[in-house]
Design a protein around this ligand. Structure first.
Ligand SMILES: Nc1ncnc2c1ncn2[C@@H]1O[C@H](COP(=O)(O)OP(=O)(O)O)[C@@H](O)[C@H]1O
Ligand SMILES: CC(=O)N[C@@H](CCC(=O)OP(=O)(O)O)C(=O)O
Length: 267
């Protein structure tokens, strides 16, 4: 049985991922219980390229304000450099990876979120999971760039956490966010402590109190949304601990697990 494990690789940690991390992805597929599907970001690499081209970077509530020229750069970096680097690294680890973006085969349908403030930033309105199932059936590991398209052929820049949540939900899989932190951290007795689990309601409170900020806001929100849309389980783990992924597939508690408080009450 193909049980899907969607692994979202954040741009924050990409440069720090070791060959052991990519080996673990290949090992999970080889073991046969879980089919890995990779969705990647690349925010820092996009910002770096924009800087080189003297194009200003502007964020609004964690999302990059995307003009046509920013969109061109985001697509070049995400669907080009980043996507192919990940394909190469998995291939070097002995896996067979297949890179594609939300545009290809109509994998994701998108629409603008709020054109007047964000420009060409989109949200995903539909997913075609059969493309992913087809690739997996051929023994491939899909590597997905979040850039997507509407029915008129307009492309959109999509936050990679949201793209990962959308595909995990369409595949009814588990979702693992790989970041540069061991999970959601909160201050306890003057020290930053990793939460082993956190509910949707607690996440709302932490965001309100600014205890969750920056890139952790879209991630935590995408985690909650995905649980409300058929994702079996969501964790946030540190990519610098590659054994985390394999441990997770074996049922070991890793990182921060997100759960819905209402469901817990009825369990
Ligand atoms: N409460 C929190 N716990 C952990 N990380 C947090 C928290 N609040 C903000 N962050 C920030 O969120 C970052 C992860 O988000 P982001 O940089 O977008 O990662 P990615 O590239 O993996 O999507 C962390 O490096 C950290 O600086
Ligand atoms: C709309 C929007 O903000 N898109 C993101 C897409 C990349 C991304 O999400 O990368 P990380 O996972 O590394 O943050 C951006 O342009 O940075």
């Amino acid at each position: 049985m193909n049980r899907y494990l969607v692994i979202k690789c954040g741009g924050s940690v990409f440069d720090k991922l070791t060959p052991a991390f990519f080996n673990s992805i290949q090992a999970i597929q080889a073991e046969g219980q879980w089919q890995p599907v990779i969705v990647h970001g690349g925010g820092p690499a996009i910002s770096q390229m924009l800087k080189k081209l003297a194009i200003p970077t502007v964020f609004h509530q964690g999302l990059r304000v995307t003009t046509q020229e920013v969109l061109d750069v985001a697509e070049m970096v995400l669907s080009g450099t980043m996507n192919k680097q990940i394909v190469s690294k998995i291939s070097t680890a002995g896996g067979r990876a297949f890179g594609l973006s939300g545009v290809d085969g109509g994998l994701f349908q998108a629409k603008p979120i709020a054109f007047s403030t964000l420009g060409y930033v989109g949200e995903i309105t539909a997913v075609n999971p059969a493309i992913i199932a087809g690739l997996c059936n051929q023994g491939l590991i899909p590597v997905i760039s979040p850039i997507s398209m509407d029915d008129k052929g307009q492309h959109y820049n999509i936050n990679a956490d949201q793209a990962a949540a959308a595909i995990a939900s369409a595949l009814n899989g588990k979702l693992c966010f790989i970041s540069d932190v061991p999970g959601i951290l909160v201050e306890k007795n003057g020290e930053l402590t990793q939460l082993k689990q956190v509910s949707d309601l607690e996440i709302e409170r932490l965001i309100e109190r600014k205890k969750i900020s920056g890139g952790m806001i879209p991630k935590a929100k995408a985690a909650v949304d995905s649980l409300k849309q058929n994702v079996q389980e969501v964790v946030i783990v540190n990519g610098m601990m590659p054994e985390c992924l394999v441990d997770y597939t074996k049922g070991v508690e890793v990182g921060t697990k997100i759960f819905l408080e209402e469901e817990a009450l009825h369990a």
